[in-house]
Ligand binder design. Sequence first.
Ligand SMILES: NC(=O)c1ccc[n+]([C@@H]2O[C@H](COP(=O)([O-])OP(=O)(O)OC[C@H]3O[C@@H](n4cnc5c(N)ncnc54)[C@H](OP(=O)(O)O)[C@@H]3O)[C@@H](O)[C@H]2O)c1
Length: 232
Amino acid sequence: MTRIALVTGANRGIGFEACRQLAQQGLHVILTSRDVAKGQAAAKALREEGLDISAHQLDVTDVDSVMALQAEIEVIFGRLDVLVNNAGVYLDEAVSIFDVSLEVWWLTQAVNFYGPLYLCRAFIPMMQLKGYGRIVNVSSGYGSMDEMDGYTAAYRISKLALNALTRIIASEITGHNIKINSMCPGWVHTAMGGPAAPKSPTAGADTITWLATLPDDGPTGSFFRDRQPIPW
Ligand SMILES: NC(=O)c1ccc[n+]([C@@H]2O[C@H](COP(=O)([O-])OP(=O)(O)OC[C@H]3O[C@@H](n4cnc5c(N)ncnc54)[C@H](OP(=O)(O)O)[C@@H]3O)[C@@H](O)[C@H]2O)c1
């Protein structure tokens, strides 16, 4: 049986690489992007590598389109096995908490926290019915209380909230063979990470792929970087 995976914000960066790695593991990957043309081009590039990829438009802040996609996946595949909440924005780098605009506060929470919330609420009931699910919330060390510091508050708090979502859902859904974990990809050379970042998208996506394909006795409700647990 081919497992079905969905990755958000996957037209570039770490999400794109996660699609490649999951498809290389034999999964069918639904590559989603907020821009239709960018998603189709990204999926085409991966199909040309011989990978099993389809593309679908998805702006994670649009709850109606999340529910419409859930209904479509139910009809086409009958299930979703893997959900990677990767889409993210980083709009207040090094800005003081006193200077972040309200618009940036709202948009950051909308993409980085409400998006994953909508997707979890849409897809976890399908996973519970099938008795299998792997959810990876792509977080950041910036959202760790252990590493909490000044500046970049909207981003930090959005990832802190995402980590809480991981813990709360892990606690509420026991007994259905569903694993939900947060991970930090490290500082990765993407549009978000910038050219000085030491880590490649391939290395950044590795822990996503590992968590998305955990065995039934794998961990849940934890936070990882480089496949190792890190403090909340
Ligand atoms: N790079 C790092 O060093 C680093 C470090 C820690 C954590 N992370 C996390 O890793 C994840 C991926 O980051 P990245 O470095 O690959 O960033 P990236 O290259 O900037 O890619 C971000 C992706 O998210 C998409 N996106 C933004 N808003 C969206 C929305 N409303 N709906 C759907 N997709 C949306 C973007 O789409 P468009 O192309 O349309 O803009 C893009 O595909 C993020 O959650 C980020 O917070 C990254």
